[in-house]
Design a protein around this ligand. Structure first.
Ligand SMILES: [Zn+2]
Length: 555
């Protein structure tokens, strides 16, 4: 028995010894990391950077003039901090379209004047001056039904999808949250290949129980015709929104505007769904996103047959010349003759949606990356490998900027296989931030178990401050995926959710006041430290499997 106990104990010590020794082997430059933490805690500029990026130069919708103004300021900052090779790289596939809202007001005039809380949909057409018309609850799930019920009756009408119930919006639970130790423990225990964060969409409800006969006939006649796959709450069926034939019919009817609302945002928080489908320039019907509380009031009156007259003035400007966009790049050159041509990158998407100032998505990630570079430069640190920052546009339209950058520099996969470049061989690591301003609590290992002891050691100087979780799971939906797609180690950090997913993500509440300054400072110190560690270690980080099933290259 005793012998057995001793053996178990021995194994435990060994195991702990084994794992710890590996991490122990991983050199941690505690002295430099303490300098980084001290500089950040005492002389942080991250919130000043955030005010410029959001208050002055936000929002930064891809291809918009404001994004270009924000770019010029950022290039100026990087240059003023003494970074090298500060430049922008253009990408133009797919060709884009600049858009910016210049004037907006939506009022109810009858039965009593009140302000309707709303924002334009990205790339929406403008109204022809001020448009006034009735609010109309549309009850149709396909174009033929719409024509049959409303032909000639929709002049200047403000359309919304009827049939919604207004659930009370009192919030008994705090909207902002932090990960608890138990939640982090569950993440740490996750098995490989967890699902990432889902993409956009998926707000549609179930298929209507019974399609109206007229829509069945339409579907039989024209299988391509859109029949509402589901009705977004109080919105028009989403896929109908992308149905240019429906939009053109509405335009021909002289519809005043389309009113969209979604149930997942309350309290004046307005979600703006992905208007990317309009990049192609289908200048159809003016479309706005309306707060739940406003559309609820309008609908309840319409149901009571109390006429509601609305007035909209929405002036948007298109910039067809803005077909291409940019990525912002800058470096701190490596100094080690053997390693200086190898590259460590930190990055985040610079673009944002349009209804707030893009503060948490993704001003927060861009701001942390900028501050991390300022820290490394201010401390006059001379890395062995080159440390490079990459700020991408077009992320909200499908990781367009980071994909273009990776293709230009590291390689691509096409039908003939994987085409890595020489630069790909010299690439050491990429770190991304794109989950709001919440405090970094750990790292997603993206299935690369070999990194666990390395990151575990790198987290040592931050464990007491709450960063101690590693999960083998993946996380998706953002720019580190562009690196993984060409067999390069790309990582995203685990961050406290705060109210990112439920309040600020793609809404009008995405503003400076939703940033947590202490979290932003902490995150800046963590990112600067990880970049430094990756630049200083002898080996590049382990890689995910190369595209086409090749085994990951373990340096
Ligand atoms: Zn984002």
């Amino acid at each position: 028995m005793i012998r057995a106990t001793v053996r178990v104990l021995a194994v435990a010590i060994l195991a702990c010894g084994l794992s710890r020794p590996l991490a122990a082997q991983e050199k941690v430059d505690v002295a430099t990391i303490e300098r980084i933490k001290s500089e950040e805690m005492n002389h942080s500029q991250v919130m000043d950077i955030m005010s410029w990026l959001s208050d002055v130069y936000g929002p930064r919708l891809t291809w918009s003039p404001n994004a270009a103004r924000a770019k010029d300021w950022t290039v100026g900052q990087l240059t003023s901090w003494g970074l090298s090779n500060v430049h922008t790289e253009t990408w133009d596939t797919p060709a884009g379209l600049g858009w910016q809202n210049e004037r907006f007001s939506l009022m109810a005039l009858t039965p009593v004047p009140f302000i309707v809380q709303a924002v334009p949909q990205a790339w929406s057409a403008s109204t022809k001056g001020v448009v006034t018309g009735p609010a109309v609850a549309l009850d149709a799930v396909c174009l033929d039904e719409m024509k049959a019920k409303y032909n000639g009756k929709l002049k200047n009408a403000f359309l919304f999808g009827g049939g919604g119930e207004s659930p009370p919006v009192n919030q008994f639970k705090a909207t902002a949250t932090r990960y608890t130790d138990s939640t982090l423990a569950v993440m740490a225990a996750a098995q490989p290949a967890g699902g990432g964060r889902g993409g956009a969409g998926g707000r549609g409800g179930a298929m209507p129980s019974e399609l109206p006969a007229i829509c069945k006939t339409q579907a039989a006649r024209d299988s391509t015709a859109t029949v509402a796959a589901g009705r977004a709450w109080r919105g028009l069926p989403f896929n109908l929104m992308a149905d240019t034939s429906m939009l053109r019919w509405m335009q021909s009817q002289g519809v005043g505007a389309i009113l969209l609302a979604d149930a997942s945002h309350v309290g004046g928080d307005i979600g703006t769904n992905n208007g990317a489908s309009r990049v192609s320039g289908v200048a159809a019907v003016p479309t706005v996103h309306v707060a739940q509380e406003s559309i609820g009031r309008i609908e309840r009156m319409v149901e009571k047959k109390v006429p509601v007259q609305l007035e909209l003035n929405m002036q948007n400007k298109f910039f067809p010349e803005n077909k291409s966009s940019f990525n912002i790049v800058g470096e701190i050159p490596g100094t080690d003759p053997a390693l200086k041509d190898e590259v460590v990158m930190i990055g985040a998407h610079f673009d944002s949606w349009h209804s707030g100032t893009g503060a948490t998505d993704n001003g927060a990630g861009s701001g942390v990356m900028l501050e991390a570079m300022r820290l490394l430069k201010t401390l006059n640190l001379k890395p062995r490998r080159t440390i490079r920052i990459g700020l991408w546009t077009g992320e909200e339209q499908g990781l367009m900027g980071s994909r273009a950058y990776v293709k230009d520099h590291f390689g691509f996969v096409d039908s003939s296989g994987f085409h890595p470049t020489d630069e790909q061989k010299k690439f050491a690591a990429y770190f991304n931030v794109d989950n709001g301003s919440g405090k970094i609590r750990g790292v997603y290992l993206q299935g690369i178990e070999a990194e666990r002891p390395v990151f575990d050691a790198w987290m040592d100087p931050f464990k007491q401050m709450g960063m101690k979780t590693l999960t083998i799971a993946n996380t998706g939906g953002t720019d580190h995926l562009s690196y993984i797609a060409v067999g390069l180690p790309g990582f995203q950090f685990i961050q406290d959710p705060l109210d990112y997913g439920n309040v600020t993500h793609h809404t009008n509440q995405d503003v400076y006041e939703r940033l947590q300054p202490d979290d932003m400072k902490f995150n800046s110190a963590v990112v600067a430290s990880f970049a430094w560690q990756a630049a200083q270690r002898d080996e590049k980080l382990s890689r995910p499997p190369a595209p086409g099933g090749g085994r990951g290259i373990v340096p």
